[in-house]
Write a protein that binds this ligand. Structure first.
Ligand SMILES: Cc1cc2nc3c(=O)[nH]c(=O)nc-3n(C[C@H](O)[C@H](O)[C@H](O)COP(=O)(O)OP(=O)(O)OC[C@H]3O[C@@H](n4cnc5c(N)ncnc54)[C@H](O)[C@@H]3O)c2cc1C
Length: 404
């Protein structure tokens, strides 16, 4: 790093908050934090600068036991819960938020969805490689013409031909898309039934007719790889249909609630890091002959940030605890639908406020691309767009409130 001020990588005091976690949960978070700082933080800057994908990191995460958190031990998993996977994500969010996004697309959107919805043969085939990190997972729902209206406007089709389904269509903005080996993909098996004609499939990258059309260049989360994918008469064995034909909407909706619950810990980790960096910077940076931390207007920003981070922590953990007990047929409606939408909406919007203050505390240093606070700042917007935009989150909350 050149002229810009470089805050120390480790400012632990701000991470030692009153968390309401049990001793075991605190230990898991602290262990994951140590791993994330030692193994993923050193990769973050190059990942951001070059949109570089470090090929060794997924197998290393797998070896360390940070994949398959919710998978049964019989498949090589840790047999723990969604809440615990949220803690690991929080730690990754602090030290390498782009990797945290890749992790959640792999672990939650792909692997956890397969665990919840696939049959035993499919789990036996795909889950162990995903847990080892030797196979990378992704989920393909969004299409060029189907974003917020992902189900209604979906135009990717799958038609049965003997013992295969033939998929045709495009998926866009797919996290891990350029590097994924195993993708959970949604397609319409019966166009006449709208959202109730959707099915889920496991697609391998080597299936004929599957192609990465382009790697997409982003303003933030740059180290996480994002792609547009093409299915051109892509041949998927019929045994790779997940769940029943035309019942994919259940998989999508419960998956989206879980995804929303799991975006919040990334926001929390990023906000904790932004606060830590800002406290550190305010103590070190001198103007008018004194550290800027002595100026009350700077103190005011730090106090706001601390309060917002703690409110994010409460909401994140509350939402994750709710997601922990989501039943097989739950999701996509009711209390869990409302709280996961509200949780991620609040936490993402509050992260925006935290990072706005963090940038202000850092002055010109924060405006420089090479500073860590700049990297964090460029990440904000995705968290108000992915997994359903703020507007979609509001639509969900209002619909549930008005139907009570
Ligand atoms: C970096 C990144 C990673 C992603 N990863 C994945 C992934 O791994 N897998 C995947 O399937 N998808 C992924 N997505 C897609 C993401 O879920 C969509 O971008 C998101 O759902 C919004 O869709 P859209 O971008 O098409 O926006 P649009 O739906 O076109 O929305 C544009 C604007 O219109 C507003 N709007 C739309 N409809 C309404 C309405 N009815 N009322 C009010 N406002 C409305 C929206 O809120 C938004 O402000 C990713 C996106 C990004 C940017």
């Amino acid at each position: 790093m050149s002229s810009a001020h470089t805050p120390s990588a480790h400012t632990p005091s701000v991470f030692q908050a009153f968390t309401g976690l049990s001793d075991d949960e605190t230990e898991i978070l602290n262990q994951a934090d140590r791993f994330a700082q030692a193994e993923t933080y050193p990769l973050a800057r190059r990942m951001d600068d070059e949109e570089w994908w470090p090929e060794d990191i997924f197998p290393k995460i797998g070896e360390t036991g940070y994949f398959g958190i919710t998978a049964p031990e019989s498949l090589g998993g840790a047999g723990l819960d969604v809440f615990t996977s949220g803690l690991i994500l929080q730690a990754l969010g602090r030290w390498n938020y782009a990797l945290a996004l890749s992790w959640v697309a792999h672990e939650n959107l792909c692997l956890h969805n397969i665990l919840r919805n696939a049959n035993e043969a499919q789990k036996a085939k795909y889950v162990p490689g995903l847990i080892k990190g030797t196979q990378i997972g992704a989920l393909g729902l969004t299409e060029p013409g189907a974003g917020s209206d992902a189900l209604g406007s979906m135009s990717t089709t799958a038609r049965r031909e003997g013992d295969h389904y033939i998929l045709n269509g495009r998926k866009i903005y797919i996290t891990n898309g350029p590097v994924a080996d195993v993708l959970l993909v949604y397609a319409k098996t019966d166009k006449s039934k709208g959202a109730h004609g959707i099915s889920a499939f496991i697609v391998e990258k080597d299936f004929p007719g599957f192609k990465v059309a382009q790697k997409l260049i982003k303003m933030g989360f740059r180290g996480s790889q994002t792609a547009e994918l093409v299915f051109d008469d892509c041949r998927v064995p019929a045994e790779n249909l997940v769940g029943e034909e035309n019942k994919g909407v259940k998989v999508v909706m419960s998956g989206l609630d879980l995804e929303r619950a799991m975006i919040s810990p990334i926001c929390l980790g990023m906000a904790e890091r932004a606060l830590a960096l800002s406290v550190d910077y305010a103590k070190q940076r001198k103007q008018f002959g004194r550290p800027i931390a002595e100026f009350q207007m700077v103190q005011s920003m730090l106090a706001d940030m601390y309060t917002w981070v703690e409110s994010m922590r409460l909401y994140t953990y509350q939402t994750l605890r709710a997601a922990n007990v989501i039943g097989e047929n739950d999701g996509g409606r009711g209390e869990i639908h409302k709280i996961t939408a509200a949780g991620v909406m609040y936490v993402a919007e509050t992260l925006n406020k935290v990072l706005n203050h963090a940038m202000q505390v850092h002055g010109g240093t924060g405006y420089m691309w090479e500073s860590e606070i700049n990297r964090l700042y460029r990440g904000i917007k995705l968290l108000e767009i992915g997994a359903g935009t703020t507007e979609v989150r509001k639509m969900i909350i209002a619909k549930e409130l008005l139907s009570e």
